[in-house]
Design a protein around this ligand. Structure first.
Ligand SMILES: [Zn+2]
Length: 219
């Protein structure tokens, strides 16, 4: 089994071409990135030494690496803001964002493909690759306090993902007994995102799990 770690929302940086479109104060918020996720991700990389890892270099306001590129929500409303003031700059920024998205996704898919090829003869029940995506969520959304410390997102129709999710939960509870861990909270593991795309493309030998950490730990 090979391990892959990713962090799509690691950064709140913007490329020069897009800087004027987004107010600086927005860049400090969860809208721009997953606060705290990058630090956890880098620690995990050092600790777990995955065969492959990568993190996003730009804010999700530029392009959301965890959305299908054809999904409207992959591009934030700031692309429209830029378009209103400078159409050609907006077109260039969108093309750059698309190329950046493609480059990120291609690197990941290439690795998964090669990992599956190498492990072709392994037992059918054994996954060839386990992917952990590291994310964080806001403690409160629209006035509602979220009732979890850590969320583990997976596709409930996939038995191997359920098994890995259980192992991760058990281990977290062993280390931190008071930690409130919930499955498929605050989001569904089967929604549009990187893991969902990889499941469809690579089948059951790929196991994709997202770890969502409450940002209250990073304040
Ligand atoms: Zn995220």
């Amino acid at each position: 089994m090979k391990l892959m770690l990713t962090c799509e929302h690691a950064s709140n940086r913007l490329p020069a071409s897009f800087k004027k479109a987004v107010p600086t104060e927005v860049l400090k918020t969860h809208r721009a990135y997953d606060i705290g996720a990058c630090a956890v991700f880098r620690k995990l990389v050092r600790f777990a030494k995955p065969e492959f890892y990568c993190e996003g270099n730009f804010s999700r306001l530029f392009v959301d690496l965890n959305r299908t590129i054809t999904n409207k929500s992959a591009f934030s409303e700031y692309h429209e803001t830029l378009k209103a003031s400078d159409k050609s700059a907006a077109e260039k920024a969108k093309a750059q964002a698309t190329a950046y998205w493609m480059e990120y996704r291609t690197a990941i898919e290439k690795f998964v493909e090669s990992a599956l090829k190498q492990k072709k003869r392994a037992a059918k029940s054994e996954p060839s690759i386990v992917h952990l995506g590291i994310h964080s969520f806001t403690p409160e959304l629209n006035g509602k306090v979220r009732n979890a410390d850590i969320g583990i997102l997976y596709d409930p129709t996939r038995p191997q993902e359920r098994a890995y999710a259980n192992v991760i939960k058990t281990e977290i509870k062993r280390l931190y007994p008071t930690m409130k861990v919930r499955f498929n909270y605050p989001y569904k593991g089967s929604s549009d995102g990187l893991t969902t795309t990889l499941r469809k493309k690579f089948g059951p030998r790929y196991v994709g799990i997202e770890i969502e950490i409450n940002q209250k730990f990073f304040k």
